[in-house]
Design a protein around this ligand. Structure first.
Ligand SMILES: C[S@@+](CC[C@H](N)C(=O)[O-])C[C@H]1O[C@@H](n2cnc3c(N)ncnc32)[C@H](O)[C@@H]1O
Length: 456
């Protein structure tokens, strides 16, 4: 089906497309130099940011294809800024159905952007020649990149190889899902409302949503949180469906009449801490939650989130892998009844929301992060009382950060028992349910969960 594309950004006051392409190429160049997508976007003009983010995300989801096309058009690497502009235009224009503007408009405006910026002006003729040839020979050039799997899947070669080895039956579906935008998902506070009631409130203001899991709602279109009824009063939080599985997995079945000690060991920005507290509040359970975070600045965000939700926890800034620094202060040296370890990871399961992550990670990060996860598991396990539970999770689809990590842990800790657990969850939406049979609540990011119990 062919759709009519806008010939320029909407509205008379909108910035020219050439300016948006220039800002998008600047952000792409920063990411290629190692900056995160968020930092790269923060550096762009605030008024342009939403439009630049939309273009940048599409570019990052098509960067493998764009790089392969650029090599066809110019086998020698042009200067970084010129390359970023060429790749921006090619990523947006190569697929005419998905292109946000007509390909010739994108090309014209990219050439304008090259002429206007001091960093590219001298190469504007070269940019023009490459992109005009692309318009003339688009189909043949695209066919010539079909044999390149980085162009086909738009992920680095090492990432594709690892997924193929880790999940031989579904690596393609994982990559396909990872390249789709993710919906905005809300968690409804158990104490303040229910998903059904909140869905009615959304319907009343014409915000469409579908139920996700037992506390979530996926919005048909993202909206600023200020438009969500009761957001400022803590009725809802923004949290992916897979992340919403942590609190029920760890807490279901715990004795709500006992004053239990819970530790959230890697807590910032506090999404799961808040969910644990909402559960405790809904059950009127006298549970104490300690939220531990190594990064003081990120720990501030736990306070901010809990304040909005009207919840409180003991927030401690310390390295979870060094209990000697914080355990006495946090619990007087008492063992914990339950520990959530949401460990730092490659974030390979949340690339739908952070399409920069795949291009920023290096293959060596996987082993380095797996080592960090193993050290955290080893340091925290002795702090769990016999009979207590630890929920280990990562937002990764790599087995080194999931089931391989837990298999190694169980081999070294004979007092640990693996309780029924989701294991690896793959990113996807309800339409992919048949392809991804263990896709839990239907709509969520990639995750891994293992629930461990210490033998008595
Ligand atoms: C995956 S994020 C946690 C997300 C959080 N649980 C939530 O749901 O909002 C991992 C967090 O662990 C923190 N972290 C990393 N290493 C740590 C350590 N050794 N001790 C404590 N926190 C650590 C990171 O700074 C980061 O904020």
């Amino acid at each position: 089906m062919t759709t009519t594309k806008p010939s320029a950004p909407g509205g008379a006051a909108s910035p020219p497309l050439s300016r948006l392409l220039d800002a998008t190429a600047t952000a792409l160049q920063a990411i290629r130099a190692g900056q995160s997508g968020t930092a790269a976007l923060d550096a762009s003009d605030a008024a342009l940011r939403p439009a630049v983010q939309a273009l940048l995300f599409q570019v990052l989801r098509n960067l493998g294809r764009a790089q392969a096309l650029r090599r066809q058009l110019a086998p020698r690497n042009p200067p970084a800024r010129v390359d970023a502009l060429l790749c921006t235009a090619l990523a947006l224009a190569w697929d005419t159905e998905a292109a946000p503007y007509e390909p010739f408009t994108l090309v014209n405006q990219a050439v304008q952007a090259a002429k206007h910026s001091a960093a590219t002006r001298a190469q504007a003729g070269f940019v023009n020649a490459c992109l005009r040839r692309f318009l003339r020979e688009r189909e043949a050039l695209v066919v010539a990149t079909q044999g390149d799997e980085v162009a086909v899947w738009n992920h680095p070669a090492w990432w594709i190889k690892r997924l193929r080895q880790d999940h031989p039956e579904r690596w393609q579906q994982i990559l396909q899902a990872s390249n789709l935008p993710a919906p905005m998902v809300l968690r409804v506070s158990k104490k303040k409302s229910s998903p059904a009631l909140y869905q009615q409130a959304l319907t009343a203001i014409k915000i469409e949503s579908t139920l996700v899991g037992d506390s979530g709602l996926a919005l048909a279109r993202p909206v600023p949180v200020g438009q969500l009824p009761g957001f400022a009063d803590g009725v809802v939080s923004v949290q992916d469906g897979a992340a919403q599985m942590a609190a029920p997995l760890l807490l279901a079945g715990l004795d709500a009449s006992q004053p239990l000690r819970l530790l959230d060991a890697c807590a910032a920005p506090g999404g799961k801490t808040a969910h644990l507290l909402e559960w405790a509040a809904a059950l009127r359970a006298p549970w104490q939650v300690t939220a531990l975070e190594v990064d003081a600045q990120r720990a501030e965000r736990i306070h901010d989130n809990l304040r909005r939700l009207g919840l409180s926890a003991q927030v401690v800034v310390a390295d979870a892998a060094r209990p000697a620094d914080w355990w006495q202060q946090a619990s007087g040296g008492a063992l914990f009844d339950a520990i959530l370890l949401d460990a730092p990871c490659t974030a390979s399961g949340i690339v739908r929301r952070h399409p920069d992550v795949r291009w920023l990670r290096r293959e060596s990060d996987v082993a380095q992060l797996a080592g960090q996860q193993a050290r955290l598991l080893a340091a925290l396990w002795p702090l769990l009382r016999p009979g207590g539970r630890m929920l280990y999770c990562t937002c990764s689809v790599f087995r080194a950060e999931g089931d391989e990590q837990i298999t190694a842990f169980l081999a070294h800790n004979t007092d640990a028992l693996l309780l029924p657990s989701p294991g690896h969850l793959f990113p996807g939406n309800p339409d992919m349910r048949h392809a991804l049979p263990d896709n839990g609540p239907g709509e969520h990011d990639g995750f891994f969960y293992a629930l461990l119990q210490k033998k008595t």
